[in-house]
Design a protein around this ligand. Structure first.
Ligand code: NAP
Length: 495
C-alpha cells in the first residue's frame, strides 16, 4: 500500500486534495497536521474522510512545522485517536505519553535526517518496546549501502516495519521496502510537493513502479548511474514490463563513481537480474563483469550488465548495436544511398563515450570515418584507436560526408538553440543522425529537414538500445513501438 503525505496550510485544501487522492486511487493518506496555518480542526478533516488516514503532527526537531505547545500537540493526537483515526504516528519520545485506545493503530516512528546510524537495529528494538502496530524508521542515505542495511532490517523485523532511506541515494529503498515486508511506503501528492527528501510522487509509485505488485518474486532490474533522478529508463522499462504483464520492476540505482565496486557487491543481496549502465560507470563496469560481448571487448565500455549466476555477470553494449541499427534505418529511407555503410563517408562530431561506440560501429561496418571534436587531443586519440581520419573542429564544414553524426551534447536541453553544424553547411541528400534525444527535435534535426537532408533522431537510438536491453533482460521480443511512444510521451511531459 502507498501512503500519500498531505501537508497544506488550509483545511479546505487538505480536504479537497484528500478527495482528489481518493479519486486517483489512494488507499491511505497521511494528514500532516503541523502544516496547517491555523489550529487543526479534526471535526472538519475526519468525518466522512474518503480514505483511511495516518494522523501525524511533527515538531521542528523532526523537520515539522508545529507552532503550538507540546501539550497542545499531545492533546491533538489523543483527540485523533478518540475520533477513531486508522493510524496515529507517534515519535519515539511521544509514544510513552500517549496510550493505546480503540482501534487506532500506533505507528512508532524514528527519523534521522543526517545519516543511517550504525545502530539502526538497536533503535528498531527500542521502538518495538513502545507498543507499536507498525514501526517506522526513516534515515538519510549517505551511501548506497545504507539501503541494504535498511532493507535487511525490514526483512528481519518481527513487528511490521516501514523502513526506508531519505535522499536521492535512498530512492530504491522507498520503492523496494514492500518487497521485504513493509506494510506501506510513503509518496507525495505531486512532483512539486515533496515533504521529505527523495519522496516520489504517488502517480510514479503507483503507475510507473507498480509498487503494490512488487513482491519477493518480482524480478529486479535498474539503471546504474550518477545522476539518475531524471533518467527516462525507469519509465521506458517499467511501462514495457507492465505492457507485457511481466512481474518485473526497474529502479534508479544512483551510485557515486568511487563506490561502484563495493556497492555492486553489496547489491548482490537484492538479487538484481540486470542493470542498464550510464554515466559515469560505462567503463568501470567492464572490470566488474566476468564475461564480455565482442562489442565491449572492442570499445572497453558497456551499457548493460546481465546476471549469469551467483556473482557472475556478462557485460554488453547495446549503444553500439542501436547506433548501427539507427543509421541503417536512415539509409533505408534515403533514396539512392543503398543499404550498406561499406565505403560511405561518415563524419562524426564528438569524441566522448557515445562517439566511441558509434565510431567503432561505423568502422566495423566498413564506413570511411572522420572524427572532429572541439578538443583536438580527444579526437586525435579516438581517431588513432579507430584507425580513421581526424579533422580539425573548425574544418568540419568543408569535409565531404554522406552521413553526419552528432555525438556531442550540443543542442541538448537546456541549450536547445545551439547546433554543432550550421544550417548553411548542410546539403540536400545528406543523412543526418543526431544522438541527442532531449529534445528529440534538436536545432540540427530541424535545420537538416529544412535543407532537404534525411534525418534520424536520438530517440531512435535510445529506444533501440532500451529494446535490446529489454530482450536481454526478459528473453522476449520488446514492444518497440510502444516503447517509442512511451519515450516521446515522457519527453513531452518533461518539457
Ligand atoms: P561525453 O563523453 O561527455 O562527450 C561529450 C562530447 O560533446 C565531447 O566530445 C565534447 O567535446 C562535446 N561537447 C560538449 N560541449 C560542446 C560544445 N559546446 N561544443 C562542441 N563540442 C562539445 O558524453 P557522451 O556520453 O558521449 O554523450 C554525448 C551525447 O550523446 C549526450 O549529450 C546525449 O545527448 C547523447 N546520448 C544519446 C544516447 C541515445 O541513446 N540516443 C545515449 C547516450 C548519450 P570536448 O571533448 O571538447 O569536451
Amino acid at each position: 500500500m502507498i501512503c500519500v503525505s498531505l501537508g497544506r496550510t488550509r483545511h479546505k485544501m487538505v480536504m479537497a486534495e484528500h478527495r482528489a487522492l481518493a479519486q486517483r486511487g489512494a488507499e491511505l493518506v497521511e494528514l500532516r497536521l503541523d502544516f496547517l496555518a491555523r489550529d487543526p480542526d479534526l471535526t472538519r478533516l475526519l468525518p466522512g474522510r474518503p480514505t483511511p488516514v495516518v494522523v501525524t503532527c511533527r515538531t521542528k526537531k523532526d523537520k515539522g512545522r508545529w507552532f503550538g505547545s507540546e501539550e497542545q500537540r499531545l492533546t491533538l493526537l489523543r483527540a485523533a485517536i478518540v475520533a477513531g483515526v486508522e493510524y496515529v504516528d507517534l515519535e519515539e519520545e511521544t509514544a510513552p505519553l500517549i496510550r493505546r485506545y480503540g482501534k487506532t493503530k500506533r505507528i512508532i516512528s524514528h527519523h534521522d535526517f543526517d545519516e543511517t546510524p550504525q545502530n539502526i537495529e538497536e533503535i528498531h528494538a527500542r521502538l518495538c518496546k513502545l507498543d507499536p502496530d507498525v514501526v517506522k524508521i526513516v534515515t538519510m542515505a549517505n551511501a548506497p549501502y545504507d539501503n541494504i542495511r535498511m532493507l535487511k532490517l525490514v526483512a528481519s523485523a518481527k513487528v511490521p516495519t516501514v523502513g526506508f532511506c531519505m535522499g536521492e541515494l535512498g530512492t530504491i529503498s522507498r520503492i523496494l521496502t514492500g518487497r521485504y515486508g513493509a506494510p506501506f511506503t510513503y509518496a507525495t501528492f505531486s512532483p512539486d510537493r515533496e515533504l521529505a527528501p527523495g519522496q516520489l510522487p504517488f502517480e510514479d509509485m503507483k503507475n510507473i513502479y507498480r509498487y503494490d505488485q512488487i513482491s519477493r518474486d518480482t524480478e529486479l532490474f535498474g539503471v546504474l548511474g550518477d545522476p539518475v533522478a531524471h533518467s527516462l529508463s525507469p519509465l521506458i522499462h517499467n511501462t514495457a514490463f507492465a505492457n507485457e504483464r511481466m512481474d518485473r520492476v526497474y529502479v534508479p540505482f544512483r551510485i557515486p563513481a568511487d563506490t561502484l565496486d563495493f556497492t555492486l557487491q553489496q547489491y548482490e543481496w537484492l538479487g538484481v537480474r540486470g542493470y542498464s549502465v550510464t554515466i559515469p560507470h560505462k567503463e568501470a563496469v567492464v572490470s566488474f563483469a566476468q564475461h564480455h560481448d565482442p562489442s565491449v571487448q572492442e570499445i572497453g565500455a558497456a551499457n548493460t550488465l546481465l546476471r549469469e549466476g551467483e556473482g557472475m555477470w556478462n557485460a554488453t553494449n547495446t549503444d553500439y548495436s542501436a547506433a548501427l541499427a539507427s543509421v541503417h534505418v536512415g539509409l533505408q529511407e534515403t533514396e539512392g544511398m543503398g543499404a550498406s555503410l561499406e565505403g560511405k563517408r561518415v563524419l562524426i562530431m564528438g569524441a566522448g563515450g557515445v562517439a566511441r561506440a558509434v565510431g567503432h560501429a561505423m568502422v566495423r561496418s566498413g564506413a570511411i570515418v572522420a572524427i572532429a571534436n572541439r578538443t583536438k587531443q580527444r579526437s586525435v586519440t579516438l581517431a588513432a584507436e579507430l584507425g580513421c581520419q581526424q579533422i580539425l573542429w573548425d574544418a568540419r564544414a568543408s569535409h565531404y560526408a554522406d552521413v553526419l553524426i552528432n555525438c556531442t551534447s550540443v543542442g541538448m536541453h537546456p541549450n536547445v538553440d545551439e547546433s554543432p553544424f550550421a544550417e548553411n553547411w548542410l546539403r540536400e541528400g545528406l543523412l543526418v543522425f543526431d544522438t541527442v534525444y532531449t529534445p528529440e527535435q534538436t536545432l540540427l534535426i530541424k535545420s537538416a529537414r529544412d535543407r532537404g537532408c534525411h534525418t534520424v533522431t536520438g530517440v531512435e537510438m535510445f529506444v533501440r538500445q532500451a529494446a535490446m536491453q529489454f530482450e536481454l533482460f526478459t528473453g522476449s521480443a520488446a514492444p518497440i513501438d510502444f516503447m517509442r511512444e512511451t519515450i516521446r510521451r515522457g519527453l513531452s511531459s518533461a518539457k
